[in-house]
Design a binder for this molecule. Sequence first.
Ligand code: NI
Length: 157
Amino acid sequence: MSIRKIAIIGEPMLHQRASEVDPKDIPTEDLQSLIRDMLETMVAADGVGIAAPQVGVGLRVFIARSPQGPVAVINPAITGRSWRQTKGEEGCLSVPGKFGSVKRHRSVRVKALDHEGRPMEFEARDFFARIIQHENDHLDGILFVDRIRQQGGKPPV
Ligand code: NI
């Protein structure tokens, strides 16, 4: 395992849409070491989530801390969103030292593949739901500061 360098806001990779993972690539050493390294990098940086574009890889993979521990999520689709939204403070390993309040759905339903390529479906609530939405945004090239702007707020400077 190794800790990878975290891309900082302004790096093109953070601002573009990541590509779907080919499911047959999931068992490969490349993808498995990416997942292990992302986990190690997230833990070392004391983060609650990390997306592949943040380590310079343009693939639809992220790791999120769930109430049961870290979970690898590949090719996610958000298939359900609660009507209710809540505001909460967010930060990002790629936007060091900045925090701001973002409105997110209170719960989301997610369909994805796990780290072994098995289909999974789960519901995330509260803080875990916030992490999922933040990380899923990374796969679309959206940072939390972009969301704040979209929501009419003033992003932290
Ligand atoms: Ni982030």
